[in-house]
Design a protein around this ligand. Structure first.
Ligand code: NAD
Ligand code: TYD
Length: 351
């Protein structure tokens, strides 16, 4: 690896990836291309600006010419593709952007790689995907790499489509690809529209905690830097053409996650835990709400030796503390558009 082009490096996981690896691998140049949508925040990677091995370019991956130009300028040998529209609720309100960015954007990147890579020796296109492509589990079972795709939301359908494109470019053109399908992440820099930051900030601000349905849906939570380590492990040791499932073996019902957040925030801020839990408000469920996700990560553990470092308890404490310590970042992302979205999403749910 000499030059790694990262897409969506100003988003939640991309920023954590860059903040983690750019200072640690000074002999590799990291080029961050990001459109800077509502979810992309240059503040999240501010400390990297001073480093010699970091570059940023504002590029929309839906613009094929711009993608090709930036690739030709930097000639990366490795692409790590994070950029996406990523929020299920937004995909329900407006699926179009999800198809453009997640499907057409991925196509543009795959094609640009084929154009600039005259031979595929030492090259890699790594696609960052989600376990949501597999659909919903009942009470039992786990997603493996062989679970058939069965996406439920416009978001997961668009990610499933992009996974299929990536595999097709491997089988048809021999493009050296790898894919990771990861469970729900949490940690610093997550935009406050997803469950965990919404709940942390609402407890802090003593606002209602909107739990969808009965709060019994289950997600398998992974601390974000563990996901980033998994991606780096696959870049270094993964088999070209292969898919790796990544998960924390950490299933929690949403209501238990919300209780844990109430308790951690209350303890840190000297608030009565019950007063915080009393903020919980059950609201109308998400349409097509997948009941349960759970990853079987045996393959990446056994073949590549990856395992997560954080438990839910240690990761969640770090996360809450980060939001308490980073009020400027939170103020920075809460633009007018953010407020409009919060109003649109939650006002329609009722109680
Ligand atoms: P995010 O929404 O926080 O960030 C997405 C980033 O992509 C932003 O910086 C945004 O500006 C950028 N972007 C969006 N459209 C773009 C475009 N057209 N051109 C260039 N940049 C664009 O998302 P995230 O949570 O960091 O997720 C990153 C990737 O990981 C996504 O592909 C997502 O599907 C996948 N993933 C996320 C999770 C999770 O729990 N968050 C879990 C598994 C997989
Ligand atoms: P989310 O963070 O949106 O991730 P995903 O839908 O990709 O899993 O939601 C996680 C879970 O939390 C999901 O079951 C929906 C639920 N949820 C709520 O109950 N309330 C909320 O305000 C949000 C944003 C999500």
């Amino acid at each position: 690896m000499k030059t790694v082009l990262v897409t969506g490096g100003c988003g939640f996981i991309g920023a954590n990836f860059l903040n983690h690896f750019v200072p640690r691998i000074p002999d590799v140049t990291f080029v961050n291309i990001d459109k800077l949508t509502y979810a992309g925040n240059p503040l999240s990677v501010e400390s990297l600006q001073a480093l010699d091995n970091y570059r940023f370019e504002q590029v929309d991956i839906c613009d094929a010419d711009a993608v090709l130009k930036v690739m030709k300028r930097h000639m990366p040998d490795t692409v790590v593709h994070f950029a996406a529209e990523s929020h299920v609720d937004r995909s329900i309100h407006g699926p179009g952007d999800f198809i453009h960015t997640n499907v057409v954007g991925t196509l543009n990147l795959l094609d640009a790689c084929r154009t600039i890579w005259k031979d595929f020796e030492g090259k890699r296109f790594h696609h960052v995907s989600t376990d949501e492509v597999y659909g919903s589990l009942g009470d039992d079972g786990f997603f493996t790499e062989n679970t058939p795709y069965d996406p439920s939301s416009p978001y997961s359908a668009s990610k499933a489509s992009s996974d299929h494109l990536v595999r097709a470019w491997y089988r048809t053109y021999g493009l050296p690809v790898t894919i990771t399908n990861c469970s729900n992440n949490y940690g610093p820099y997550q935009f406050p529209e997803k469950l965990i930051p919404v709940m942390i900030l609402n407890v802090l601000e003593r606002k209602p905690l909107p739990v969808y349905g009965q709060g019994l849906n289950v997600r398998d939570w992974l601390y974000v830097t563990d996901h980033c380590d998994a991606i780096m492990t696959v870049l270094n040791k993964g088999k070209v053409g292969d898919t790796y499932n990544v998960g924390g073996n950490c299933e929690r019902a949403n209501i238990d996650v919300v209780h844990a957040i109430c308790d951690i925030v209350s303890d840190l801020k000297n608030i009565d835990r019950n007063d915080s839990r009393n903020l919980i408000t059950y609201v109308t469920d998400r349409p097509g709400h997948d009941f349960r996700y759970a990853i079987d990560a045996t393959k990446i553990k056994a073949e590549l030796g990856w395992s997560p470092s954080e438990t839910f308890e240690t990761g969640m404490r770090k996360t809450v503390q980060w939001y308490l310590d980073n009020v400027d970042w939170i103020d920075g992302v809460r633009s007018g558009k953010y407020l409009e979205w919060m109003e649109r999403n939650y006002s329609q749910r009722g109680k």
